[in-house]
Design a protein around this ligand. Structure first.
Ligand code: UDP
Ligand code: UDP
Ligand code: UDP
Length: 461
Protein backbone atom coordinates (compact mmCIF):
# COMPACT_ATOMS: atom_id res chain seq x y z
CA UNK A 1 0.00 0.00 0.00
CA UNK A 2 1.18 3.51 -0.70
CA UNK A 3 1.19 5.80 2.29
CA UNK A 4 1.12 9.54 1.57
CA UNK A 5 4.39 11.21 2.60
CA UNK A 6 3.24 14.66 3.60
CA UNK A 7 4.97 16.81 6.16
CA UNK A 8 1.72 17.42 8.03
CA UNK A 9 0.00 14.12 8.82
CA UNK A 10 -3.74 14.08 8.14
CA UNK A 11 -5.73 11.89 10.50
CA UNK A 12 -9.42 11.03 10.42
CA UNK A 13 -11.01 10.32 13.80
CA UNK A 14 -14.14 8.19 13.90
CA UNK A 15 -15.69 7.78 17.38
CA UNK A 16 -18.79 5.79 18.20
CA UNK A 17 -21.94 6.71 20.11
CA UNK A 18 -22.09 8.14 23.63
CA UNK A 19 -19.95 10.57 25.63
CA UNK A 20 -17.84 7.67 26.90
CA UNK A 21 -16.64 7.19 23.31
CA UNK A 22 -16.68 10.77 22.07
CA UNK A 23 -14.73 12.21 25.03
CA UNK A 24 -11.48 10.25 24.58
CA UNK A 25 -11.57 10.95 20.83
CA UNK A 26 -11.92 14.70 21.38
CA UNK A 27 -9.14 14.58 23.97
CA UNK A 28 -6.94 12.66 21.55
CA UNK A 29 -7.84 15.15 18.80
CA UNK A 30 -6.67 17.95 21.00
CA UNK A 31 -3.35 16.17 21.65
CA UNK A 32 -2.90 15.57 17.91
CA UNK A 33 -3.52 19.24 17.15
CA UNK A 34 -0.75 20.11 19.60
CA UNK A 35 1.52 17.88 17.48
CA UNK A 36 0.60 19.84 14.36
CA UNK A 37 -1.61 17.22 12.71
CA UNK A 38 -4.40 18.02 10.29
CA UNK A 39 -7.64 16.44 11.47
CA UNK A 40 -10.93 15.29 10.02
CA UNK A 41 -13.54 14.43 12.64
CA UNK A 42 -16.27 12.04 11.53
CA UNK A 43 -19.34 11.94 13.72
CA UNK A 44 -22.49 9.89 13.34
CA UNK A 45 -25.54 12.02 12.80
CA UNK A 46 -27.92 12.55 14.47
CA UNK A 47 -26.20 12.00 17.83
CA UNK A 48 -28.04 10.09 20.54
CA UNK A 49 -27.60 12.66 23.31
CA UNK A 50 -27.58 16.45 23.56
CA UNK A 51 -24.26 16.24 25.43
CA UNK A 52 -22.63 14.74 22.34
CA UNK A 53 -23.93 17.35 19.90
CA UNK A 54 -23.04 20.25 22.20
CA UNK A 55 -19.52 18.92 22.86
CA UNK A 56 -18.93 18.39 19.13
CA UNK A 57 -20.09 21.95 18.34
CA UNK A 58 -18.04 23.45 21.11
CA UNK A 59 -14.91 21.51 20.08
CA UNK A 60 -15.28 22.59 16.45
CA UNK A 61 -15.94 26.15 17.43
CA UNK A 62 -12.70 26.24 19.42
CA UNK A 63 -10.77 24.41 16.72
CA UNK A 64 -12.07 25.77 13.43
CA UNK A 65 -9.14 24.23 11.54
CA UNK A 66 -10.64 20.76 12.12
CA UNK A 67 -12.55 19.42 9.13
CA UNK A 68 -15.91 17.90 10.15
CA UNK A 69 -17.78 15.19 8.29
CA UNK A 70 -21.20 14.05 9.36
CA UNK A 71 -21.90 10.42 8.72
CA UNK A 72 -25.62 9.92 8.29
CA UNK A 73 -26.24 6.54 9.84
CA UNK A 74 -28.85 4.70 7.80
CA UNK A 75 -31.88 3.90 9.98
CA UNK A 76 -32.58 0.25 10.71
CA UNK A 77 -36.05 -1.09 10.13
CA UNK A 78 -35.65 -3.56 12.94
CA UNK A 79 -33.71 -1.37 15.39
CA UNK A 80 -36.39 -1.61 18.08
CA UNK A 81 -36.03 -5.39 18.06
CA UNK A 82 -32.26 -5.21 18.71
CA UNK A 83 -32.34 -3.44 22.06
CA UNK A 84 -34.16 -0.74 23.97
CA UNK A 85 -30.86 1.06 24.51
CA UNK A 86 -30.57 3.95 22.02
CA UNK A 87 -26.78 4.02 22.41
CA UNK A 88 -26.52 0.38 21.53
CA UNK A 89 -28.87 0.80 18.55
CA UNK A 90 -26.51 3.52 17.30
CA UNK A 91 -23.41 1.32 17.92
CA UNK A 92 -24.97 -1.45 15.94
CA UNK A 93 -26.18 0.76 13.09
CA UNK A 94 -22.82 2.57 12.84
CA UNK A 95 -20.95 -0.71 12.97
CA UNK A 96 -23.07 -2.23 10.22
CA UNK A 97 -22.80 0.74 7.88
CA UNK A 98 -19.26 1.97 8.65
CA UNK A 99 -17.86 0.79 5.28
CA UNK A 100 -20.07 3.51 3.72
CA UNK A 101 -17.57 6.18 4.85
CA UNK A 102 -15.41 5.15 1.87
CA UNK A 103 -16.50 7.94 -0.54
CA UNK A 104 -16.32 10.56 2.25
CA UNK A 105 -12.70 9.65 2.93
CA UNK A 106 -11.56 9.01 -0.64
CA UNK A 107 -12.18 12.63 -1.61
CA UNK A 108 -10.25 14.25 1.25
CA UNK A 109 -7.31 16.57 0.59
CA UNK A 110 -4.57 16.26 1.51
CA UNK A 111 -5.00 12.49 1.37
CA UNK A 112 -5.23 10.77 4.74
CA UNK A 113 -2.20 9.38 6.52
CA UNK A 114 -4.24 7.38 9.03
CA UNK A 115 -7.67 6.63 10.44
CA UNK A 116 -8.18 6.40 14.21
CA UNK A 117 -11.48 4.58 14.73
CA UNK A 118 -13.60 3.12 17.47
CA UNK A 119 -13.55 -0.63 17.98
CA UNK A 120 -17.20 -1.03 16.93
CA UNK A 121 -16.37 0.15 13.40
CA UNK A 122 -13.11 -1.82 13.10
CA UNK A 123 -14.41 -4.26 10.54
CA UNK A 124 -15.97 -1.73 8.13
CA UNK A 125 -13.14 0.78 8.50
CA UNK A 126 -10.60 -2.04 8.06
CA UNK A 127 -11.93 -2.70 4.58
CA UNK A 128 -11.91 1.01 3.68
CA UNK A 129 -8.32 1.52 4.82
CA UNK A 130 -7.11 -1.44 2.76
CA UNK A 131 -8.72 0.16 -0.30
CA UNK A 132 -7.43 3.67 0.40
CA UNK A 133 -3.99 2.52 1.47
CA UNK A 134 -3.93 4.43 4.75
CA UNK A 135 -2.75 3.43 8.21
CA UNK A 136 -5.45 2.09 10.45
CA UNK A 137 -5.48 2.39 14.24
CA UNK A 138 -8.19 1.47 16.69
CA UNK A 139 -8.71 3.72 19.70
CA UNK A 140 -9.77 1.67 22.71
CA UNK A 141 -12.03 3.57 25.08
CA UNK A 142 -12.00 0.92 27.82
CA UNK A 143 -9.38 -0.73 30.05
CA UNK A 144 -6.73 -2.89 28.44
CA UNK A 145 -8.10 -5.71 30.56
CA UNK A 146 -11.59 -5.40 29.10
CA UNK A 147 -10.15 -4.96 25.62
CA UNK A 148 -8.36 -8.28 26.16
CA UNK A 149 -11.62 -9.90 27.14
CA UNK A 150 -13.30 -8.56 24.01
CA UNK A 151 -10.38 -9.70 21.85
CA UNK A 152 -10.80 -13.14 23.40
CA UNK A 153 -14.56 -13.23 22.68
CA UNK A 154 -14.35 -15.33 19.51
CA UNK A 155 -12.80 -18.12 21.64
CA UNK A 156 -14.88 -17.40 24.72
CA UNK A 157 -18.17 -17.72 22.87
CA UNK A 158 -17.16 -20.98 21.22
CA UNK A 159 -14.70 -23.23 23.04
CA UNK A 160 -15.15 -21.71 26.50
CA UNK A 161 -18.94 -21.51 26.31
CA UNK A 162 -19.35 -24.44 28.71
CA UNK A 163 -17.18 -22.73 31.35
CA UNK A 164 -19.32 -19.63 31.08
CA UNK A 165 -22.53 -21.58 31.45
CA UNK A 166 -21.16 -23.14 34.63
CA UNK A 167 -21.30 -19.65 36.15
CA UNK A 168 -18.70 -20.12 38.87
CA UNK A 169 -15.41 -20.66 37.11
CA UNK A 170 -12.83 -18.07 36.29
CA UNK A 171 -12.08 -17.33 32.69
CA UNK A 172 -8.41 -17.68 32.02
CA UNK A 173 -7.30 -15.66 29.05
CA UNK A 174 -3.93 -17.33 28.72
CA UNK A 175 -1.32 -15.20 30.53
CA UNK A 176 -3.77 -12.35 31.22
CA UNK A 177 -4.84 -12.54 34.86
CA UNK A 178 -7.96 -14.65 35.33
CA UNK A 179 -11.30 -12.91 35.34
CA UNK A 180 -14.14 -14.12 37.56
CA UNK A 181 -17.22 -15.06 35.59
CA UNK A 182 -19.16 -12.62 37.78
CA UNK A 183 -17.25 -9.75 36.13
CA UNK A 184 -18.08 -10.79 32.58
CA UNK A 185 -21.00 -8.77 31.13
CA UNK A 186 -24.10 -10.99 31.01
CA UNK A 187 -24.57 -10.45 27.23
CA UNK A 188 -21.22 -12.22 26.65
CA UNK A 189 -22.79 -15.47 27.85
CA UNK A 190 -24.87 -15.48 24.71
CA UNK A 191 -23.04 -15.49 21.37
CA UNK A 192 -26.25 -14.43 19.60
CA UNK A 193 -26.79 -11.34 21.78
CA UNK A 194 -26.56 -8.28 19.51
CA UNK A 195 -23.89 -6.60 21.63
CA UNK A 196 -21.72 -9.72 21.65
CA UNK A 197 -22.18 -10.43 17.95
CA UNK A 198 -21.26 -6.82 17.02
CA UNK A 199 -18.09 -7.03 19.09
CA UNK A 200 -17.07 -10.46 17.80
CA UNK A 201 -17.28 -9.34 14.17
CA UNK A 202 -15.21 -6.25 14.92
CA UNK A 203 -12.51 -7.78 17.13
CA UNK A 204 -11.78 -10.18 14.27
CA UNK A 205 -10.51 -7.15 12.35
CA UNK A 206 -8.03 -6.13 15.10
CA UNK A 207 -5.12 -8.27 13.86
CA UNK A 208 -5.21 -6.38 10.54
CA UNK A 209 -4.82 -2.89 11.95
CA UNK A 210 -1.51 -1.10 12.56
CA UNK A 211 -1.98 -0.66 16.28
CA UNK A 212 -4.41 -0.13 19.13
CA UNK A 213 -4.20 3.18 20.99
CA UNK A 214 -5.40 2.54 24.53
CA UNK A 215 -6.43 5.20 27.03
CA UNK A 216 -4.39 3.65 29.84
CA UNK A 217 -0.80 3.96 31.05
CA UNK A 218 2.01 1.50 31.62
CA UNK A 219 2.07 1.47 35.39
CA UNK A 220 -1.73 1.21 35.67
CA UNK A 221 -2.13 -2.11 33.86
CA UNK A 222 1.43 -3.47 33.75
CA UNK A 223 0.65 -7.19 33.76
CA UNK A 224 -1.90 -7.20 30.97
CA UNK A 225 0.29 -4.89 28.93
CA UNK A 226 3.40 -7.02 29.31
CA UNK A 227 1.52 -10.26 28.55
CA UNK A 228 0.27 -8.84 25.25
CA UNK A 229 3.46 -6.98 24.37
CA UNK A 230 5.58 -10.07 24.88
CA UNK A 231 3.10 -12.15 22.87
CA UNK A 232 2.35 -14.40 25.83
CA UNK A 233 -1.32 -13.54 25.40
CA UNK A 234 -3.53 -12.72 22.44
CA UNK A 235 -0.53 -12.96 20.13
CA UNK A 236 -2.57 -12.06 17.06
CA UNK A 237 -3.13 -8.50 18.31
CA UNK A 238 -1.13 -5.68 16.72
CA UNK A 239 1.04 -3.36 18.85
CA UNK A 240 -0.66 -1.93 21.93
CA UNK A 241 0.08 1.76 22.42
CA UNK A 242 -0.86 3.12 25.88
CA UNK A 243 -1.57 6.84 25.45
CA UNK A 244 -3.44 7.74 28.65
CA UNK A 245 -4.72 9.21 30.75
CA UNK A 246 -5.85 11.43 27.89
CA UNK A 247 -5.78 15.03 28.98
CA UNK A 248 -8.84 17.19 29.12
CA UNK A 249 -9.21 19.95 26.55
CA UNK A 250 -10.54 23.43 27.27
CA UNK A 251 -14.34 23.19 27.56
CA UNK A 252 -16.32 26.15 26.43
CA UNK A 253 -19.26 25.69 28.80
CA UNK A 254 -21.12 28.07 31.06
CA UNK A 255 -19.62 29.02 34.39
CA UNK A 256 -20.65 26.13 36.59
CA UNK A 257 -22.97 27.05 39.46
CA UNK A 258 -21.38 24.45 41.78
CA UNK A 259 -17.88 25.97 41.54
CA UNK A 260 -18.31 28.84 44.03
CA UNK A 261 -19.64 26.33 46.57
CA UNK A 262 -16.93 23.75 45.87
CA UNK A 263 -14.19 26.35 46.07
CA UNK A 264 -15.25 27.16 49.64
CA UNK A 265 -15.08 23.61 51.00
CA UNK A 266 -12.13 22.35 53.06
CA UNK A 267 -9.45 20.26 51.34
CA UNK A 268 -10.51 16.66 50.60
CA UNK A 269 -13.79 17.05 52.47
CA UNK A 270 -16.25 16.44 49.64
CA UNK A 271 -17.30 13.16 48.07
CA UNK A 272 -18.19 13.30 44.36
CA UNK A 273 -20.84 10.85 43.19
CA UNK A 274 -21.33 10.38 39.48
CA UNK A 275 -22.27 7.40 37.36
CA UNK A 276 -21.31 8.65 33.95
CA UNK A 277 -23.28 9.93 31.04
CA UNK A 278 -25.73 7.10 30.43
CA UNK A 279 -26.45 5.26 33.67
CA UNK A 280 -29.65 5.94 35.58
CA UNK A 281 -30.13 3.97 38.79
CA UNK A 282 -33.56 2.77 39.83
CA UNK A 283 -35.56 5.13 42.01
CA UNK A 284 -35.30 2.70 44.94
CA UNK A 285 -31.53 2.53 44.59
CA UNK A 286 -31.31 6.32 44.40
CA UNK A 287 -33.19 6.57 47.71
CA UNK A 288 -30.87 4.05 49.41
CA UNK A 289 -27.91 6.05 48.14
CA UNK A 290 -29.47 9.28 49.39
CA UNK A 291 -29.86 7.85 52.89
CA UNK A 292 -26.45 6.17 52.98
CA UNK A 293 -24.81 9.37 51.81
CA UNK A 294 -26.58 11.49 54.42
CA UNK A 295 -25.69 9.02 57.18
CA UNK A 296 -22.02 9.06 56.15
CA UNK A 297 -21.98 12.68 57.28
CA UNK A 298 -19.77 13.82 54.41
CA UNK A 299 -20.19 16.86 52.22
CA UNK A 300 -21.12 15.84 48.71
CA UNK A 301 -21.52 16.75 45.09
CA UNK A 302 -23.94 14.29 43.53
CA UNK A 303 -24.52 14.23 39.78
CA UNK A 304 -27.89 12.55 39.48
CA UNK A 305 -29.27 10.97 36.36
CA UNK A 306 -32.72 9.49 36.18
CA UNK A 307 -32.82 8.75 32.44
CA UNK A 308 -30.35 7.00 30.17
CA UNK A 309 -30.51 9.72 27.51
CA UNK A 310 -30.16 13.34 28.66
CA UNK A 311 -32.97 14.74 26.51
CA UNK A 312 -35.46 12.57 28.42
CA UNK A 313 -34.63 14.18 31.78
CA UNK A 314 -37.10 16.66 33.25
CA UNK A 315 -36.66 19.32 35.91
CA UNK A 316 -39.26 18.42 38.55
CA UNK A 317 -37.73 15.00 39.20
CA UNK A 318 -35.31 16.18 41.90
CA UNK A 319 -37.79 16.94 44.68
CA UNK A 320 -40.04 14.12 43.54
CA UNK A 321 -37.24 11.55 43.79
CA UNK A 322 -35.14 12.74 46.71
CA UNK A 323 -37.83 14.40 48.77
CA UNK A 324 -37.89 18.07 49.75
CA UNK A 325 -36.81 17.36 53.34
CA UNK A 326 -33.53 15.71 52.29
CA UNK A 327 -32.75 18.65 50.05
CA UNK A 328 -33.60 21.09 52.83
CA UNK A 329 -31.58 19.23 55.50
CA UNK A 330 -28.51 18.96 53.31
CA UNK A 331 -28.61 22.35 51.65
CA UNK A 332 -25.39 23.48 53.33
CA UNK A 333 -23.80 20.09 53.16
CA UNK A 334 -23.87 19.35 49.49
CA UNK A 335 -25.34 19.79 46.06
CA UNK A 336 -27.35 17.49 43.85
CA UNK A 337 -26.96 18.37 40.19
CA UNK A 338 -29.11 17.18 37.38
CA UNK A 339 -27.10 18.71 34.58
CA UNK A 340 -23.88 18.22 32.69
CA UNK A 341 -20.93 19.03 34.93
CA UNK A 342 -17.25 19.28 34.08
CA UNK A 343 -16.28 16.10 35.93
CA UNK A 344 -12.60 16.21 35.07
CA UNK A 345 -12.37 19.72 36.52
CA UNK A 346 -14.27 18.76 39.65
CA UNK A 347 -11.89 15.84 40.21
CA UNK A 348 -9.02 18.31 39.99
CA UNK A 349 -10.50 20.52 42.73
CA UNK A 350 -8.68 20.19 46.06
CA UNK A 351 -12.00 19.97 47.95
CA UNK A 352 -12.69 16.50 46.49
CA UNK A 353 -11.58 13.68 48.79
CA UNK A 354 -13.25 10.69 47.17
CA UNK A 355 -15.20 9.62 44.11
CA UNK A 356 -18.10 7.16 44.07
CA UNK A 357 -17.99 6.00 40.46
CA UNK A 358 -19.57 3.43 38.17
CA UNK A 359 -16.07 2.95 36.71
CA UNK A 360 -16.78 4.00 33.17
CA UNK A 361 -13.22 3.98 31.87
CA UNK A 362 -12.99 7.74 31.25
CA UNK A 363 -14.02 8.36 34.85
CA UNK A 364 -11.36 5.90 36.03
CA UNK A 365 -8.66 7.64 34.02
CA UNK A 366 -9.80 11.04 35.31
CA UNK A 367 -9.63 9.82 38.92
CA UNK A 368 -6.20 8.29 38.28
CA UNK A 369 -4.88 11.48 36.72
CA UNK A 370 -6.04 13.51 39.71
CA UNK A 371 -5.00 10.95 42.33
CA UNK A 372 -8.54 10.79 43.76
CA UNK A 373 -9.55 7.61 45.66
CA UNK A 374 -12.45 5.73 44.06
CA UNK A 375 -15.28 3.73 45.55
CA UNK A 376 -16.11 1.49 42.61
CA UNK A 377 -19.78 0.80 42.11
CA UNK A 378 -19.87 -0.82 38.66
CA UNK A 379 -23.27 -1.10 37.01
CA UNK A 380 -22.95 -2.85 33.66
CA UNK A 381 -20.79 -3.60 30.63
CA UNK A 382 -17.04 -3.24 31.14
CA UNK A 383 -17.42 -1.66 34.57
CA UNK A 384 -16.80 -4.69 36.81
CA UNK A 385 -13.65 -5.50 34.85
CA UNK A 386 -12.60 -1.86 35.19
CA UNK A 387 -13.30 -2.03 38.93
CA UNK A 388 -10.90 -4.98 39.17
CA UNK A 389 -8.24 -2.80 37.57
CA UNK A 390 -9.04 0.14 39.87
CA UNK A 391 -8.60 -2.02 42.95
CA UNK A 392 -5.43 -3.72 41.68
CA UNK A 393 -3.84 -0.40 40.67
CA UNK A 394 -4.38 0.86 44.22
CA UNK A 395 -6.56 3.83 43.37
CA UNK A 396 -9.79 2.45 44.78
CA UNK A 397 -11.89 0.04 46.82
CA UNK A 398 -14.72 -2.21 45.70
CA UNK A 399 -17.34 -4.41 47.32
CA UNK A 400 -17.80 -7.23 44.81
CA UNK A 401 -20.96 -8.44 46.50
CA UNK A 402 -22.91 -5.40 45.28
CA UNK A 403 -23.53 -7.12 41.93
CA UNK A 404 -24.52 -5.60 38.61
CA UNK A 405 -26.73 -2.52 38.60
CA UNK A 406 -29.86 -4.50 37.84
CA UNK A 407 -29.22 -7.20 40.49
CA UNK A 408 -31.04 -6.19 43.65
CA UNK A 409 -30.68 -3.21 45.95
CA UNK A 410 -27.54 -2.12 47.77
CA UNK A 411 -28.80 -0.94 51.16
CA UNK A 412 -28.10 2.41 52.78
CA UNK A 413 -26.01 1.00 55.65
CA UNK A 414 -23.65 -0.75 53.23
CA UNK A 415 -23.35 2.45 51.22
CA UNK A 416 -22.66 4.50 54.33
CA UNK A 417 -19.96 2.05 55.47
CA UNK A 418 -18.19 2.15 52.12
CA UNK A 419 -18.34 5.95 51.78
CA UNK A 420 -16.82 6.30 55.24
CA UNK A 421 -14.09 3.83 54.30
CA UNK A 422 -13.43 5.75 51.07
CA UNK A 423 -13.05 9.07 52.85
CA UNK A 424 -11.11 7.79 55.88
CA UNK A 425 -8.61 5.26 54.54
CA UNK A 426 -5.29 7.10 54.81
CA UNK A 427 -3.29 4.42 52.97
CA UNK A 428 -5.71 4.56 50.05
CA UNK A 429 -5.24 8.35 49.86
CA UNK A 430 -1.48 7.93 49.67
CA UNK A 431 -1.67 5.19 47.03
CA UNK A 432 -4.12 7.24 44.94
CA UNK A 433 -1.75 10.21 45.03
CA UNK A 434 1.10 7.97 43.87
CA UNK A 435 -1.06 6.76 40.98
CA UNK A 436 -1.69 10.43 40.10
CA UNK A 437 2.07 11.05 40.04
CA UNK A 438 2.61 8.08 37.73
CA UNK A 439 -0.21 9.23 35.47
CA UNK A 440 1.24 12.69 35.12
CA UNK A 441 4.70 11.25 34.45
CA UNK A 442 3.31 9.05 31.68
CA UNK A 443 1.77 11.98 29.84
CA UNK A 444 4.58 14.45 30.54
CA UNK A 445 7.66 15.06 28.41
CA UNK A 446 9.53 11.78 27.92
CA UNK A 447 6.69 9.83 29.51
CA UNK A 448 5.57 6.51 28.03
CA UNK A 449 2.13 7.68 26.90
CA UNK A 450 3.36 10.88 25.30
CA UNK A 451 6.13 8.94 23.53
CA UNK A 452 3.61 6.42 22.16
CA UNK A 453 1.75 9.21 20.38
CA UNK A 454 4.87 10.95 19.06
CA UNK A 455 6.38 7.67 17.82
CA UNK A 456 3.14 6.64 16.13
CA UNK A 457 2.96 9.89 14.15
CA UNK A 458 6.69 9.74 13.36
CA UNK A 459 6.39 6.16 12.08
CA UNK A 460 4.45 7.31 9.00
CA UNK A 461 7.06 9.69 7.76
N1 UDP B 1 -19.07 13.45 32.32
C1 UDP B 1 -19.02 14.78 32.62
N2 UDP B 1 -20.10 15.35 33.18
C2 UDP B 1 -21.23 14.66 33.48
C3 UDP B 1 -21.26 13.28 33.20
C4 UDP B 1 -20.16 12.70 32.61
O1 UDP B 1 -18.01 15.45 32.38
O2 UDP B 1 -22.17 15.27 33.99
C5 UDP B 1 -17.93 12.86 31.60
C6 UDP B 1 -16.99 12.06 32.47
O3 UDP B 1 -16.04 12.91 33.06
C7 UDP B 1 -16.38 11.12 31.45
C8 UDP B 1 -17.51 10.88 30.45
O4 UDP B 1 -18.40 11.97 30.61
O5 UDP B 1 -15.31 11.75 30.77
C9 UDP B 1 -18.27 9.60 30.73
O6 UDP B 1 -17.52 8.53 30.36
P1 UDP B 1 -17.31 7.24 31.27
O7 UDP B 1 -16.44 6.30 30.48
O8 UDP B 1 -16.80 7.60 32.61
O9 UDP B 1 -18.75 6.65 31.47
P2 UDP B 1 -20.02 6.39 30.50
O10 UDP B 1 -20.74 7.67 30.43
O11 UDP B 1 -19.49 5.95 29.17
O12 UDP B 1 -20.77 5.34 31.22
N1 UDP C 1 -10.04 -7.48 7.59
C1 UDP C 1 -9.35 -6.30 7.51
N2 UDP C 1 -8.27 -6.23 6.69
C2 UDP C 1 -7.86 -7.28 5.95
C3 UDP C 1 -8.57 -8.50 6.03
C4 UDP C 1 -9.65 -8.58 6.88
O1 UDP C 1 -9.67 -5.33 8.19
O2 UDP C 1 -6.87 -7.14 5.21
C5 UDP C 1 -11.18 -7.55 8.50
C6 UDP C 1 -12.44 -7.90 7.78
O3 UDP C 1 -13.16 -6.71 7.49
C7 UDP C 1 -13.21 -8.76 8.76
C8 UDP C 1 -12.19 -9.21 9.77
O4 UDP C 1 -10.98 -8.58 9.44
O5 UDP C 1 -14.15 -7.97 9.44
C9 UDP C 1 -12.01 -10.69 9.85
O6 UDP C 1 -11.64 -11.16 8.57
P1 UDP C 1 -11.32 -12.68 8.32
O7 UDP C 1 -11.24 -12.87 6.85
O8 UDP C 1 -10.14 -13.06 9.14
O9 UDP C 1 -12.53 -13.46 8.98
P2 UDP C 1 -14.06 -13.69 8.61
O10 UDP C 1 -14.66 -12.39 8.19
O11 UDP C 1 -14.04 -14.72 7.54
O12 UDP C 1 -14.61 -14.19 9.93
N1 UDP D 1 -23.36 -2.36 27.35
C1 UDP D 1 -22.29 -1.53 27.06
N2 UDP D 1 -21.04 -2.00 27.17
C2 UDP D 1 -20.81 -3.29 27.50
C3 UDP D 1 -21.89 -4.14 27.79
C4 UDP D 1 -23.15 -3.63 27.71
O1 UDP D 1 -22.44 -0.38 26.72
O2 UDP D 1 -19.63 -3.67 27.56
C5 UDP D 1 -24.68 -1.81 27.24
C6 UDP D 1 -25.48 -2.51 26.19
O3 UDP D 1 -26.10 -1.53 25.40
C7 UDP D 1 -26.47 -3.32 26.96
C8 UDP D 1 -26.63 -2.52 28.24
O4 UDP D 1 -25.35 -1.96 28.46
O5 UDP D 1 -27.67 -3.43 26.26
C9 UDP D 1 -27.02 -3.32 29.43
O6 UDP D 1 -25.99 -4.20 29.69
P1 UDP D 1 -26.21 -5.45 30.61
O7 UDP D 1 -24.85 -6.01 30.86
O8 UDP D 1 -27.03 -5.10 31.78
O9 UDP D 1 -26.94 -6.46 29.62
P2 UDP D 1 -28.45 -6.82 29.28
O10 UDP D 1 -29.34 -5.97 30.13
O11 UDP D 1 -28.57 -6.53 27.81
O12 UDP D 1 -28.52 -8.28 29.58
Amino acid sequence: MSIPQTSQPHIALFPSAGMGHLTPFLRLASVLLSHDCKLTLITASPTVSVAESSHISSFLCQNPQVNHLEFHVPPTEYSHTISDDPFFIQFEATSRSSHLIHPLLASLTPPLSAIFADLVVASGVGKVTVDLGVHNYIVSTTSLKFLSLMAYLPILTTSDAAKLADGTAEIEIPEVTPLPVSSIPPPFFNADHGFTATLVSNVKALPYCNGILVNTFESFEPETLSAIKNKRALSNLPQILPIGPLETYELNINQARYLPWLNHQPVESVVLLSFGSRTAMSKDQIRELRDGLERSGYRFLWVLKTKKVDKDENEQDLVEILGGSFLERTKNKGMVLKEWVNQQDILGNSAIGGFVSHCGWNSVMEAARNGVPVLAWPQHGDQRTNAEVVEKAGVGIWDRTWGWGNQGLVKEDEIQRKINELMEDGKLKIRAKMVGEEARKATGNGGSSKSSIIETIASWK
